[in-house]
Design a protein around this ligand. Structure first.
Ligand code: GDP
Ligand code: ZN
Length: 308
């Protein structure tokens, strides 16, 4: 007997797989799975085929479908030791609060760069919007809308924006991330009553007292789709990203950089730099440019320390 499904989580060598029929089985991985001659490591989010052993009735994974995306944690050295945190994500949903805790734009930029570096779509949710008022929130995050990001203003408390966010999650595999205390769990519980989700804590409690590292956990949504709880997304970091690839991780700079005089312009001191000009003329965000420069310095430093 076989079935198709998706890997929800993995603990101590046992994987939880939810079949397309909606059943969840504990499944083992016997031997090694190969594609061609290459051994592949299983990841949360993988689409798999599972088979039930006729003798002991235990389920085992027999095949992994090709991935349509990967969120990978890189090592400082770059390629070596890349570890897949979640496979097949459709989008990253970055949640901050309008206040309490005060939003930290430079941290938001890091999350967005991680999404971009992994070729994943990202949207921004500003929760607790009722504490500050719509106009001020829109003003504060206008740079992100200008860069092309979808901005959701929500309040888990008043219910505003929840239908729209719910719709954005329907049928998709989304990684929900952001600092603690911004209301991620409150949002999920307000949108999906009865799901009783503690985002950012489930994996930690599953992990308690065991010597396994638990990565992401996928939670099936009642209306289709999954929310991936990735407590360690911030640690996924920008390690291993080439400094030169950073332009591509800022959509608004990505559009300007080809206009620079020099093809290898790093947008610092070069003459006829379209990025600096746009910032000076107020056509590009000075704050986002500042983030870009900080990250660029950080990446260049990593490249120096871990060459090759
Ligand atoms: P998480 O750590 O991101 O999952 O955040 P929680 O969902 O645990 O929420 C942190 C705190 O913020 C709790 O005390 C919530 O009651 C509160 N909170 C969540 N959403 C809202 C909101 O929209 N408005 C206000 N004022 N408080 C909220
Ligand atoms: Zn330039």
């Amino acid at each position: 007997m076989t079935a198709e499904g998706i890997v929800l989580s993995g603990t101590g060598g046992v994987w939880q797989v939810r079949t397309d029929e909606g059943e969840t089985h504990d499944v083992s991985l016997r031997g090694r799975l190969k594609r061609g001659t290459e051994a592949i490591k299983l990841a949360v989010g993988d689409r798999v085929t599972i088979a039930r052993d006729a003798r002991d009735a235990a389920w085992a994974i027999t095949d992994i479908a090709p991935r349509r995306s990967v969120l990978a944690r890189r090592e400082p050295s770059g390629r070596v030791g890349e570890r897949i945190v979640v496979a097949n994500l459709d989008q990253v949903v970055v949640v901050f609060a309008a206040a309490n805790p005060e939003p930290h734009e430079r941290m938001l930029d890091r999350f967005l760069v991680i999404a971009e570096a992994n070729d994943l779509a990202a949207r921004i949710v500003i929760n607790k919007a009722e504490l500050v008022g719509e106009e001020r929130v829109r003003e504060r995050f206008a740079d992100y809308v200008a860069a092309g990001y979808r901005l959701h203003l929500t309040s888990a408390k008043s219910g505003r924006g929840l239908d729209e966010l719910h719709e954005a999650l329907d049928g998709k595999v989304s990684a929900l991330t952001g600092p603690s205390g911004v209301g991620k769990s409150s949002l999920m519980n307000a949108m999906y009553p009865g799901l009783d989700l503690r985002v950012g804590e489930i994996s930690e409690s599953v992990n308690k007292g065991r010597h396994t590292t638990v990565g992401a956990v996928l939670h099936p949504l009642p209306d289709g789709g999954y929310v991936a709880d990735t407590p360690g997304l911030r640690e996924v970091g920008v390690w291993g990203l080439a400094a030169d690839a950073l332009d591509g991780c800022f959509p608004e700079l990505r559009a300007l950089a080809p206009e620079c005089r020099f093809a290898d312009c790093v947008h610092e001191v070069e003459p006829d730099c379209a990025v600096r000009t746009a910032v000076q003329e107020g056509r590009a965000s000075a704050a986002r440019y500042d983030s870009y420069r900080r990250l660029r310095t950080e990446l260049a430093e990593t490249e120096r320390r871990y060459p090759g």
